[in-house]
Design a protein around this ligand. Sequence first.
Ligand SMILES: Cc1cc2nc3c(=O)[nH]c(=O)nc-3n(C[C@H](O)[C@H](O)[C@H](O)COP(=O)(O)O)c2cc1C
Length: 311
Amino acid sequence: MSQVMQEKDAKLHTNLAGIAMNTPVLTASGTFGFGEEFADFVDLSRLGGVMVKGTTLKPRRGNDGVRITESPMGMMNCIGLENPGVEVFLKDTLPRIGQYGMNVIVNISGSTVEEYGVLAEMLDVEGVAAIELNVSCPNVKEGGIVFGTDPKAAAAVVREAKKHTKKPVILKLSPNVTDIVTMAKACEDAGADILSLINTLMGMEINIHTQRPTLGNITGGLSGPCIKPVALRMVWQVARAVKVPIIGMGGISCWEDAVEFFLAGASAVAVGTANFADPAVTMKICDGLNDYLAKRNLGSIQDIVGKVQIG
Ligand SMILES: Cc1cc2nc3c(=O)[nH]c(=O)nc-3n(C[C@H](O)[C@H](O)[C@H](O)COP(=O)(O)O)c2cc1C
């Protein structure tokens, strides 16, 4: 990264649980590949981090049939965690993407609590900045309960990961719950260093001509601008209830959206679906944040975190 670039973003420098970030703008897992695919559009070192594709113990083909459909102000996906598996990631991908000078945050999914521990230990290597736990997947062993909707199960996943790595552990909260604050507190108590939220909202679409679900998996994860109000509300609720830093995401597609998340209490933001419409959107968000701070004579992005005026 050039010196000019560092100075330009001086007000955006952030540190989350020991992870030094040039800017508090990251990219969300599953929407930005391994980062390298975007190197022609984005100065990857300017990002706070790239949360790479969901990684599992064994390679996964993902779901059959239609995996993506557009919906009003958003999209639905049921990719099904297609990925080459952790061994290929460690052997081939990680050494390759190390050259870009970005924080590599590895998003992991397990089908048992133990699997999260195994993955966390395997990824406790140089070049990995942090581990993000995706708990929005079924626990096969316990009869298909989703870790992400049961506070005890999510907490068990956090404890297991913490036991097996010295890296900061990020727990990614699912919005598909009645009470996100209970989930957040359980994960903080279990030792999560950072909370990220939100994952996709479960949705569905039916093709009226075939009278069948559009998606091969019947249901899919809704993302994009349509989920932003839900995500923002959840970030605000969680930020008031926990002490650990929050990475806010869900529908962020411009710098104004990002400012809303900071005001609601996020210390950093991640951009997902918006990368598909504009691969350089994260750079525009960094520029917009710099202008916003300059116009208000503020010295640091942290000056606006949680500063929403209520009452
Ligand atoms: C195509 C696609 C694939 C995704 N894959 C993952 C994944 O592997 N792991 C994960 O934790 N979240 C995954 N997500 C969720 C995103 O990381 C993010 O939490 C969500 O899309 C909300 O942000 P957005 O509205 O900015 O996209 C995926 C989202 C999309 C659209």
